[in-house]
Design a protein around this ligand. Structure first.
Ligand code: MN
Length: 148
């Protein structure tokens, strides 16, 4: 079965015949108000996804060996990458290196929609252990930012 050449945008952040999926299975990892859509799966070994974080929501605090290439498509928020918190606006680009703790948070009053490119073949995300959480929490700015 071949994929359609064109999927028209039906609304900001939605496309014809692109299924709106859960971000992760319930209980698999902590997160709040995140949806996932897979836009392309056969792009030369890459998978291109679109995530939307509801106002006040957040993705999982995690790290993994694979990398992320992210583009903010609409809305805004902040992200933690490593030990730095970045402010995010539309069309900003974020690179998440290998084995680097990261978490995305939407503004309280605005959703955060972003594109994320990954390898189709990739390792499972790691969630911080109690010891790693304690290490992350040494920096008070990071401690105030992260949600688990
Ligand atoms: Mn990740």
């Amino acid at each position: 079965m071949s994929e359609p050449v064109l999927r028209k945008a039906s609304a900001p952040g939605r496309w014809d015949r692109v299924e709106l999926l859960r971000y992760k299975r319930e209980g698999e990892a902590p997160f709040e108000g995140v949806t996932r859509q897979v836009l392309f799966e056969d792009a030369g070994g890459a998978q291109w996804r679109y995530f939307e974080v509801a106002p006040g929501g957040h993705t999982t605090l995690e790290r993994h060996d694979h990398t992320h290439a992210v583009m903010i498509l609409h809305g805004g928020g902040r992200c933690l990458v490593g030990d730095t918190i970045y402010s995010l606006a539309e069309h900003d680009l974020v690179r998440v290196p290998a084995l680097t703790w990261h978490q995305f948070r939407a503004h309280e009053d605005r959703a955060l929609g972003f594109l994320c490119l990954v390898s189709r073949e990739r390792d499972r995300p790691q969630i911080p252990s109690d010891e790693q959480m304690a290490q992350l929490g040494i920096d008070p700015r990071v401690a105030a930012f992260i949600r688990t």
